[in-house]
Design a protein around this ligand. Sequence first.
Ligand code: HEM
Length: 125
Amino acid sequence: MPYALRLSALVTFALGLGLVSGIVAGPPFTTLHLVFAVITVVLALVVLGPQLRRSFAAGLGAWFPLIPLVLGLLWYSGLATRLIGRAGFVVILIHAVFGIIAIGLIEMGIARARRTGALERAREL
Ligand code: HEM
């Protein structure tokens, strides 16, 4: 499961980077970005959710991806543009920054899960 999370996060990131730089554009890529983003958010909650038991901060990787998801959906639904007009594109720029942070936090969360898992296994020996 952590590998599936890493893979979907990486694909979301690569597509997002392609979209923001203009290398790719349009429905096949935006739809793929949306699909992989939702998969990433769900897997992050499933895989890293248990870290929330320790603290809100320790579980950052689990809940933080919800922020770029909400911002992305604000853009996708046209609500951002309806609310603040042309400045709505700023939402997607902030979204991209938070998206990059989210991917980093997911990687950190997976590394932490691996470390604590290894420690627990060592204690059992
Ligand atoms: C966990 C991380 C992320 C989530 C949950 C997420 C989610 C979304 C969602 C739901 C949308 C609206 C649907 C769509 O247009 O595809 C979107 C759009 C977009 N995202 Fe992300 N995203 C993430 C990461 C990123 C990253 C890292 C970047 C750039 C470096 C990025 C760049 C974009 C761009 C440019 C759009 C607008 C595409 C368009 O409609 O032209 N996203 N994202």
